[in-house]
Design a protein around this ligand. Sequence first.
Ligand code: FES
Length: 276
Amino acid sequence: MSDFEIVARSDFSDVTFSLEVRHPLMARAAKPGQFVIVMEHEHGERIPLTLADFDRDKGTITLVIQAVGKTTREMQQNCRVGTRLHALVGPMGIPSHIGAAKKVICVGGGLGVAPIYPQARAYKESGAYVIGVLGFRNKGLIFWEDKFRACCDELILCTDDGSAGIKGLVTEGIKQSISAHADIDEVVAIGPPIMMKGCAEATRPFGIKTMVSLNPVMVDGTGMCGGCRVKIGEVVKFACVDGPDFDGHLVDFDDLMARLGRFRPTEKAALEAWQE
Ligand code: FES
C-alpha cells in the first residue's frame, strides 16, 4: 500500500462522500480543526479540506467531500478504493483549542458535520459534557449519527423539512440547549458561513464563547498569497495560518460571503467547460 492511497470510500448521498486515505505520518500529526490541501490529479486544482477524522493505529485520514464544482465532481468520479490522490499536504492550520471547557455544544451544518466530529471527540476525551447539534436538509442526508452518538452526551438533529429531529435550523438546537443548560462554556460551529453567522448571533446575547472554522478560498495555504484573508474585528487575518478557527463574535461574515461570491462565475464556467 502506498501513501495517498484511498483505502475506503462511503457515499452518503448523491453528492456527499468520504474518502479514507492512507498517510501514517499525517494521521500521527493531525489534530482536530486542522486541514489539508489536496490535488486529485497532476493538473488538478488545489483544494483545502478540513480533516473529518484520523486514525493513528490504521495510519489513515478521512475527508468528507461534497461534489458541487468541477474539482469535487472529478473527485467523485475518479477517487475509488485502490486509486491514489496526486498530492496531499498537511496537516495545516492551528489546531482547535480544546481547553478546560466543562460543557460544550458542537454544531455542524451540512458538510460541516464532518469536521466538527474530531472536535466533539476531543472534548469528550478531555472530560467535557458534549452536546452535538447537527443540521441537514433532510433525513436522507444524515451521516455519522452513530459516530456522534458515541462521543456526545446529547445529540440534537435538525432538518429543514422536519423529516428527522427538530424541524428547523441548527440555531433552534442551540437555543434549546442553552435554555436547558445554564452552564454552557463554549459553542463550536462549522458549516456554511450563513449558518456560522446565525450560531454566533444566537450565542451573542448570552456571552457564550463561540468558535467558528472559516472556509475562504485558499491557494498556497502558507500565508503567502493572501487569498484566504478574513476580517476579524478590525484586523485582517489569513485563515490558513492564523486559523481556520476564529472567535465567531468578531468575524465579519458579510465580508467572507462577499469574497466567496466573487469566485462563483469562474467556478460555474469551469464546471460548464468540464461538463461539455
Ligand atoms: Fe494563501 Fe492563506 S491560502 S495566504
